[in-house]
Design a protein around this ligand. Structure first.
Ligand code: PLP
Length: 420
């Protein structure tokens, strides 16, 4: 089935006389006819739900839908995008190990990697798009476990050259993990270009209505984990199960659930999964409209005298346009436009405070147009150098274009720019 059909139809399948719409299984527990039956689940020798911290039938349907959309072998929903990123790393990285990541990552991810993982004895080594392969490879050693990047970076909107970094990673025996939040599988399926694991903050376009915080990890099933002892050696916390042996291509995602979700418990509620599924059912339509509106906004801003610069990979003049053409669905570059007003931070603040339709929100990527000034909010904790390497200037505005009528959005922008 094509992506549009998967959005609507995949995941939950109703059988004779059953509800047509995904039911909410609001239950922590599952009952069994014998202790023998339940024991098989604890041995991982049989599939099934035992406790909703680990899995739940409503969440499972949504996991299947996202896995189908990305073209993976399995997915796991988490209670937030942050939890998805954390688990994607911890699943193959231990204290004393290090990993590579790009410096343009979402500010929350940068904090997690540079501050919290550091306290856990895991070192994030930051790299950028300007570095040569040799420079990057000089940072890889036998303790390096993975490479992490964002398809379209939040908020600098730089497009990741997935094929280049996938082959660099594979040459060095490590997987490429891609945060596909801004693109969604409607615009890009990173596995088709060699990425091994995809993570999402489903709080953004996937939910789309700004109702539920959530995350997802998807496994391509393609990476060879031979050199990762945590997947190839017996897990004593599961009666010595060897993930690669018992679960083959789904080793990574199975371990993420049965070991890390069991232990960390960053589980979404079944109701959150239900709401996410509602969002996913219209994702394909919304991504088209977001992209169409954002391109119109970007073109309009570019020709405006109160605007210093515009960054949007959908613009032909954009530095990342050719990568967008290669990796993103034709003519669609998602809904976020970054730009700077004239008059620096003062200009940016005057613009933001004058908006009427667009609201100032921390959130991004939902159906209502909203704006944010990253330097004074989401990226406030970063040092000036980190801000610069994350591509954030003082006048930087992140404009998240909604799916309202484009003329109304542009009218709001124009009246606000008059005050800059
Ligand atoms: C928001 C976001 C996250 C974090 O997700 P939460 O759901 O807020 O925890 C991670 N990556 C990207 C690209 C994001 O935009």
């Amino acid at each position: 089935m094509k992506k549009e059909t998967l959005c609507v139809q995949s995941g939950y399948q109703s059988r004779n006389g059953e509800p047509r719409v995904l039911p909410i299984y609001q239950s922590t527990t599952y009952s069994y006819d014998s202790s023998e039956e339940l024991a098989k689940l604890f041995d991982l020798s049989k599939d099934g739900h035992m406790y909703s911290r680990i899995s739940n039938p409503t969440s499972e349907c949504v996991e299947k839908k996202v896995s189908a959309l990305e073209g993976g072998v399995g997915a796991m929903m988490t209670s937030s995008g942050q939890a998805a990123s954390l688990i994607s790393i911890l699943n193959i990285t231990n204290s004393g190990d290090n990993f590579l990541c790009f410096s343009n990552l979402y500010g929350g991810t940068t904090n997690l990697f540079a501050v919290t993982l550091k306290k856990m004895g895991i070192e994030a080594r930051f790299i950028d798009y300007a570095m040569s392969d040799e420079e990057i490879e000089s940072l890889i050693d036998e303790k390096t476990t993975l490479l992490f990047g964002e398809t379209i970076s939040n908020p600098s909107l730089e497009v990741l050259d997935i094929e280049r970094y996938a082959s660099l990673a594979h040459r060095n025996g490590i997987p490429l993990i891609v945060d596909n939040t801004f693109a969604t599988p409607i615009l890009c399926r990173p596995f088709e270009f060699g990425a091994d694991i995809v993570v999402h903050s489903t709080s953004k376009y996937m939910d789309g209505h700004a109702e539920v915080v959530g995350g997802m990890i998807v496994d391509s099933g393609n990476f060879d984990w031979t050199d990762y002892p945590s997947l190839t050696e017996p897990d004593e916390s599961y009666h010595g199960v060897i993930y690669t042996k018992q679960f083959g291509k789904a080793a990574y995602i199975t371990k993420a659930r049965t070991q890390l979700m069991r232990d960390l418990g960053s589980t979404p509620s079944p109701f959150s999964a239900f709401l996410l599924n509602n969002g996913l059912e219209t994702l394909h339509l919304r991504m088209e409209r977001h992209s169409e509106n954002a391109l119109a906004v970007a073109k309009h801003l570019k020709s405006h005298s109160k605007v210093a610069w515009v960054s949007y990979p959908g613009l032909e003049s954009d530095k990342y346009h050719s990568l967008a053409e290669k990796y993103l669905e034709k003519g669609m570059a998602s809904g976020v436009v970054s730009f700077g007003t004239i008059n620096g931070k003062k200009g940016a603040t005057a613009f933001m405070d004058s908006l009427k339709l667009a609201k100032i929100c921390v959130h991004v990527a939902d159906l209502r147009t909203c704006v944010l000034h990253p330097a004074s909010t989401t990226h406030r904790q970063l040092t000036d150098e980190q801000l610069e390497s994350a591509g954030i200037k003082p006048e930087f505005i992140r404009f998240s274009t909604g799916i309202e009528n484009i003329e109304d959005i542009i009218a709001d922008i124009d009246q606000a720019l008059e005050n800059v």
